[in-house]
Write a protein that binds this ligand. Structure first.
Ligand SMILES: [Zn+2]
Length: 261
């Protein structure tokens, strides 16, 4: 598998992604052209049919597998009007990640659907995938496929915060919880909405999606590699912000892919 060009779709409500810097980073890392477009659903014009499908892919019960939902008029209108208003930490809407991926895939015109054209769409929508082992949905930062979907909400919400954070939160709920004071105590230990480090974090997720496409292996076992599949915010910060680079093994893979092009 090879990639000859990449399209990035911005999420303008989260400017901290700094999409032009990401494009430059990917161009330098991969040696192929990377083009930036506006939000996916703005670029391809979100019609009422697509809005209906997006609203149908909402998840209402995180403990059972996906069942298509019959959306209300209000939910369809919400999708049609909103490109990035899910970024608040209260009232997060859950979507089935594979349903969203399907909708995005079916929107891309045929002339841009060849496998050597890779698409990465940023969104505030939180895609989740159902895990049949523990019988529940999990929020995802990235849905690896072509097109790949990177959720800015998923980056904040999917990897877990430090254990101590949850312990103190549970403990202090009984005594009246001050979430801001709690966040202050743990500042820097997890990402927050509109975090200024988001531009570094998205590099790792974009590369994970690209490596999945190129090699079917998106992740690395090394906690020091930007491809590490972090389940904890602290690991994410270490691999993608503090270090922010590929391990030797993955640098080698990348070099051999570039050589064979
Ligand atoms: Zn690696």
């Amino acid at each position: 598998m090879r990639i000859s060009r990449i399209f990035l779709y911005d999420e303008p409500s989260v400017p901290e992604i700094k999409i032009n810097n990401l494009a430059k980073f990917l161009e330098e890392t991969l040696g192929i052209p990377v083009l930036v477009r506006k939000n996916f659903f703005l670029h391809f014009k979100l019609d009422s049919n697509t809005a209906y499908k997006l609203a149908s892919s909402r998840v209402f019960n995180p403990h059972s597998p996906f069942e298509p939902h019959t959306p209300t008029e209000e939910e369809i209108n919400f999708e049609e009007k909103s490109f990035g208003n899910n970024s608040e930490s209260s009232n997060i809407v859950l979507y089935d990640g594979f349903e969203i991926q399907n909708i995005v895939q079916n929107t891309i015109p045929e002339e841009e659907s060849s496998q050597d054209t890779f698409h990465i769409a940023f969104t505030t929508r939180l895609g989740c995938t159902y895990d049949y082992e523990d019988c529940r949905y999990h929020g995802r930062a990235v849905i690896c496929a072509n097109p790949a979907i990177i959720s800015t909400t998923g980056i904040i919400e999917a990897p877990a915060k430090p254990r101590a954070y949850y312990l103190i939160m549970q403990h202090s709920i009984s005594q009246g919880l001050n979430l801001d004071a709690l966040k202050d105590k743990f500042r820097g230990k997890f990402l927050e909405y509109h975090d200024t480090n988001l531009d570094k974090v998205v590099r790792g997720y974009a590369l994970q999606a690209i490596f999945y496409h190129l090699t079917s292996e998106p992740f690395c076992d090394s906690k020091d590699c930007i491809l590490y599949n972090a389940h904890w915010q602290e690991d994410l910060i270490h691999a993608q912000i503090n270090l922010g680079k590929l391990c030797e093994h993955h640098r080698g893979i990348l070099e051999s892919i570039k050589k064979h092009e």
